[in-house]
Design a binder for this molecule. Structure first.
Ligand code: S3P
Length: 180
């Protein structure tokens, strides 16, 4: 970890944005959400980008946004669930920040995303199956990037934040000790 950034990764609906905002507040650091940044830069929502450019078009925009946002220093950033799919994104994240992998059960994700209209990948007859497949494909990638893994399904938000803060400051301390 070179810079003082914290990046949140994990499947949609695990709580990256909610946790990220509170974590940023606790650290008095600015909060970024890569999906929101894409929305703001294009002026349209994520489903519209999927509709007109397909998932591939969205991934190109996402990669450009991750490259841009990982150049910032001292931020907390929630990434889209698929941001770890591209190797270039994984490298940018790993090189520039402390990576927190948030996860919870598929049941919990389904509960949280039940009324969601903003996640095109879940617009299917069988969102459970879709999430199971995504988890199977992505879990190795999430784990390969993560500095820590935290279950947001069983722990209270306050506890999740406390665990992230402890792990982050232990890591920072370790780096400072090495530097002398
Ligand atoms: C996606 C997750 C979404 C968003 C897009 C694709 C994915 O972000 O980037 O719909 O591939 O898992 P959230 O994880 O914030 O829902």
């Amino acid at each position: 970890m070179v810079n003082d950034n914290i990046y949140l990764i994990g499947l949609m609906g695990v709580g990256k944005t909610t946790i990220g905002k509170q974590l940023a507040k606790a650290l008095a650091m600015p909060f970024y959400d890569s999906d929101k940044a894409i929305k703001d830069s294009t002026g349209v929502d994520i489903p519209t980008i999927f509709e007109f450019e397909g998932e591939e078009g969205f991934r190109v925009r996402e990669a450009k946004m991750i490259e841009k946002l990982t150049q910032l220093q001292g931020i907390v950033m929630a990434t889209g669930g698929g941001a770890i799919l591209r190797e270039e994104n994984r490298n940018h994240l790993k090189e520039n920040g402390f990576i927190v992998y948030l996860h919870c059960s598929i049941d919990r994700i389904l509960e949280r995303t039940r009324r969601d209209t903003q996640r095109p990948l879940l617009k299917t007859d069988n969102p459970r199956k879709c999430l199971q497949q995504l988890l199977e494909e992505r879990q190795p990638l999430y784990l390969s990037c993560a500095d820590i893994k935290i279950d947001t399904g069983v722990l209270r938000t306050k506890t999740v934040i406390k665990q992230i803060l402890e792990a982050y400051s232990a890591r920072k301390q370790g780096h400072e000790d090495v530097k002398g």
